[in-house]
Design a protein around this ligand. Structure first.
Ligand SMILES: *Cc1c(COP(=O)(O)O)cnc(C)c1O
Length: 366
């Protein structure tokens, strides 16, 4: 049985009529950029999160960059970033002229390790970007405490954590602000690039709106130079339709993760934990094994697709070689980057498919 890593077409087919209608409506009304559909989605997503402001923008990477600008991060500042994430998290820091300072991850949860944050704080440190990696909540209560103590800003990277909760409060509502991506493969995905900035702070929200639309406060009133980072009406209309299914899809992901765990727990692979008092939304289902590449090859021979998120931890990417990072500084990220493998995970995944994947892993482990 072929098991794809994700199946965006299956999701489309499950709500095709609704989506097609939404898309035609936007074209019919020529509401292509900004406008009513974007405003409607912003309001709905704010309601979903329990946040005061949502400002839509062009993609998740822009949303981090713009928020760093809103927080007043300037060249020379240092921003703490987890050692394991997609490059956007650190790239955005560099793109505003600041320096990404990497912090190793928690061995059980893959998110920034609060025990290691304080030793990285210098007089130049201005902010922390926790990433709720794979859909797992970062330790927000502790991170906020440390941030308060050292007067640092916190920007949550929620690109992989739509619907994730910590103590019944959604990820994206803990920090001073949060960035979201709606890249097609994310838990809430558009049909192209899209992103959003979330905050309860009126000033951050106003600035984010200005920067993402050429620094305008009202048409042709350019208070500052900004940039073009707006959401398409088509993406907003699609996201509005999909948002109403997000809880259902998240529940399906959690159910699949439980079933994977049941099947795999007595094998020599490490299955994911969920942080206590939190809701893991399983953007990715990541296991670990010392024979990762062999396992990937074996599964491929059985037509099961897998992926690695990410094969090189951020400190060891070529683009950061001037930092001269050593494995001993980030032992967990360094060890895990050779062991992690992401199994097929999406709401429409069938139980038989999980059986097939698990059975194949068991055979491999024998
Ligand atoms: C996807 C992702 C982003 C960036 O989102 P884009 O919309 O692709 O720019 C940022 N951070 C993390 C952790 C991501 O997974």
């Amino acid at each position: 049985m072929k098991v794809p890593f994700v199946d965006l077409r299956a999701q489309y087919l499950s709500i095709k009529t609704e989506l097609d209608q939404a898309i035609f409506e936007v074209i019919e009304k020529s509401a292509f950029i900004g406008g009513n559909y974007v405003q409607k989605f912003e309001k709905e997503f704010a309601g979903y999160l329990g946040a005061k402001h949502v400002v839509a923008c062009a993609n998740g990477t822009d949303s981090i960059e713009i928020l760093l600008q809103c927080l007043g991060i300037v060249p020379g500042d240092e921003v703490l970033v987890p050692a394991l994430s997609w490059i956007s998290t650190s790239e955005a820091v560099s793109n505003v002229g600041a320096i990404p300072v990497f912090v190793d991850i928690e061995p059980d949860y893959y998110t920034i390790n609060p025990n290691l944050i304080e030793e990285k704080i210098t007089s130049k440190t201005k902010a922390i970007i926790p990433v709720h990696l794979y859909g797992q909540a970062a330790d927000m209560p502790r991170i906020m405490k440390i941030a308060d103590k050292h007067n640092l800003k916190v920007l949550e990277d929620c690109a992989q954590s739509h619907g994730c909760e910590i103590q019944d409060r959604k990820s994206g509502t803990w920090g001073h602000c949060a960035s979201f991506s709606f890249y097609p493969g994310k838990n809430l995905g558009a049909y192209g690039d899209a992103g959003a900035m979330v905050t309860n702070d009126d000033i951050i929200a106003e600035k984010a709106r200005m920067i993402s639309n050429h620094g305008q406060k009202g048409k042709h009133n350019h208070i500052m130079e900004g940039r073009n980072s707006r959401m398409d009406g088509l993406q907003a209309a699609i996201l509005s339709v999909k948002l109403s299914y997000l809880e259902k899809w998240t529940t399906a992901r959690i159910t699949h993760a439980k079933y994977y765990h049941e099947q795999l727990k007595n094998n020599v692979v490490d299955t994911p934990f969920t942080r206590p008092d939190s809701k893991h939304v399983f953007h990715l289902y990541v296991i670990r094994t010392d024979r990762r590449d062999e396992l990937a090859g074996y599964l491929k021979s059985k037509e099961i697709e897998t992926a690695v998120h990410y094969p090189t931890a951020l400190p060891f990417l070529q683009c950061y070689q001037q930092q001269r990072n050593e494995p001993e500084q980030f032992p967990i990220a360094y060890k895990y980057m050779k062991q992690i493998i992401s199994l097929p995970m999406y709401p429409e995944l069938k139980k038989e498919m999980i059986d097939e994947v698990s059975q194949s892993i068991k055979e491999f482990c024998k």
